[in-house]
Write a protein that binds this ligand. Structure first.
Ligand code: 5RP
Length: 226
């Protein structure tokens, strides 16, 4: 699995060229992409500016010597490469397994060419086997949890490695929702968008342009139908 992640990470770096502003995703797969970019910056003098999507990626990119700017300091992002937790046949996705969904979605929103890199275990006909992460304001979040329970969304709190409630980089909590199968991801996204106390959710519907998939047969590239 690590090999496949590395394979797609290196492949995705081919979409980056001199002068680009590059969104740097978060997670174990995106980390291989960032590593490859760092190598190219060092060995090939690749001239880019990175925009990170989490504190962890900022630390990695700085250590590799990738020049960085914040999302507010750039006019746009040329290409963003990120991982994903689950992708359906229509290229809707669930992200946020690494709790970075808010920054990831903001950077993606200003990106011209948005790319996901995954191994083939992340592909499914319909979304739902991965829980939908919802980033919530700490004020009233237990009320919100009960609200989700009443709606039958089977919520669970996200905890960190120490067993404390997870606090995201943007100082919110995460509630994961479990649906088994999501028949209408757009309808669910709208409902969550309209729920008070929800900052953002991990449904990334109709956002990605290209998915790079690694499998035992090699790398394949799926482009969104225009
Ligand atoms: C972080 C994310 C990650 O991109 C997603 O969880 C995939 O991570 P990995 O490549 O480690 O499986 O959305 O918030």
């Amino acid at each position: 699995m690590e090999n496949l992640k590395q394979l797609v990470g290196i492949k995705a770096a081919e979409f980056v060229s001199d002068g680009m502003i590059v969104g740097l995703g978060t997670g174990s797969t995106a980390a291989f992409f960032v590593e490859e970019l760092g190598r190219r910056v060092k060995e090939e003098n690749l001239d880019i500016v990175g925009v990170t999507t989490s504190h962890d990626t900022t630390i990695q990119a700085k250590a590799l010597g990738i020049p960085l700017k914040s999302i507010d300091e750039v006019t746009h992002v040329d290409v963003t490469v990120d991982g994903a937790d689950e992708i359906d046949d229509d290229l809707n996705g669930i992200k946020g397994g690494g709790a970075a969904l808010l920054m990831e979605k903001i950077v993606a929103s200003y990106t011209k060419h948005y790319i996901w890199i995954v191994d083939d275990s992340k592909l499914s006909r319909k979304l739902g086997s991965f829980k939908v992460p919802v980033e919530v304001i700490p004020y009233g979040f237990k009320q919100l949890f009960r609200h989700f329970e009443k709606q039958g969304f089977k919520p669970s709190y996200r905890y960190d490695d120490k067993g404390d409630l997870l606090v995201t980089d943007m100082k919110h909590h995460i509630i994961d929702l479990h649906f088994d199968i999501i028949h209408e991801p757009k309808k669910l996204a709208k409902l969550l968008d309209e729920t008070v106390g929800v900052v953002e959710h991990g449904l990334f519907n109709n956002m990605v342009d290209t998915v790079i998939v690694g499998s035992s047969n090699g790398v394949s590239i799926i482009d969104k139908k225009k």
